[in-house]
Design a protein around this ligand. Structure first.
Ligand SMILES: C[S@@+](CC[C@H](N)C(=O)[O-])C[C@H]1O[C@@H](n2cnc3c(N)ncnc32)[C@H](O)[C@@H]1O
Length: 183
């Protein structure tokens, strides 16, 4: 994230949870940038609000207690997004039945893709070990595979030697105009 985000950027934390990523992003964008944070759980929004306030970062953030599928309605029409972070699944230590799901995750990812700046990045931490996790991962995989390679490059970063069902990172980057695919 720190290589993708600069002071003044507009970024999204699509699943704020306890606010760790939100605080990190708010520091990266600084007072001239903005972080839009989403979560459906009131406790997540409140915990994040407190974490931001403790670090005097409230001014450069907008928290919305609603699903990230509302990104298109919440962000100003002219907002170009440099980076969006989706930490999928459930909140560790929280209610494990409140999870992100394929249809809403896809709606949000597509809304961000339409607003990405050149070189802008969508980072998705994908978990498959909980009920519904594999369905969400499969839907995302299908989506990213059909993205035009002249517009986006998609990379996966995953554990090779970890047992059980380790999470993996999907990174969708919008190409700058001059970049061409290598194949
Ligand atoms: C893995 S946690 C996020 C952890 C967070 N990044 C942190 O640093 O603490 C996933 C979060 O996604 C939230 N969530 C589930 N469905 C959502 C949706 N449609 N839109 C936004 N957030 C959602 C859950 O409430 C939960 O807090």
């Amino acid at each position: 994230m720190n290589q993708a985000v600069d002071p003044g950027d507009t970024v999204i934390d699509a699943t704020v949870g306890n606010g760790h990523d939100t605080v990190y992003l708010a520091k990266l964008v600084g007072p001239s940038g903005h972080v839009y944070g989403f979560d459906i759980q009131a406790t997540a929004i409140e915990n994040t609000r407190q974490a931001l306030a403790a670090e005097q970062l409230s001014q450069q953030t907008t928290l919305t207690q609603a699903g990230h599928e509302t990104i298109a309605q919440v962000l100003p029409a002219e907002a170009a997004v440099k980076c969006a972070v989706f930490n999928l699944g459930y909140l560790p230590g929280g209610d494990k039945t409140v999870v992100t799901t394929a249809p809403t995750t896809l709606t949000a990812v597509e809304a961000v893709e339409q607003r990405l700046t050149p070189n802008g990045l969508v980072l998705l931490m994908v978990y498959t070990g909980h009920p519904g996790g594999q369905d969400e991962a499969d839907a995302l995989w299908e989506h990213v595979q059909q993205l035009n390679q002249h517009e986006f490059q998609v990379l996966q970063y995953s554990f090779v030697n970890q047992i059980h069902q380790p999470p993996y990172l999907l990174a969708i980057q919008k190409r700058a105009r001059h970049q061409q695919p290598t194949n």
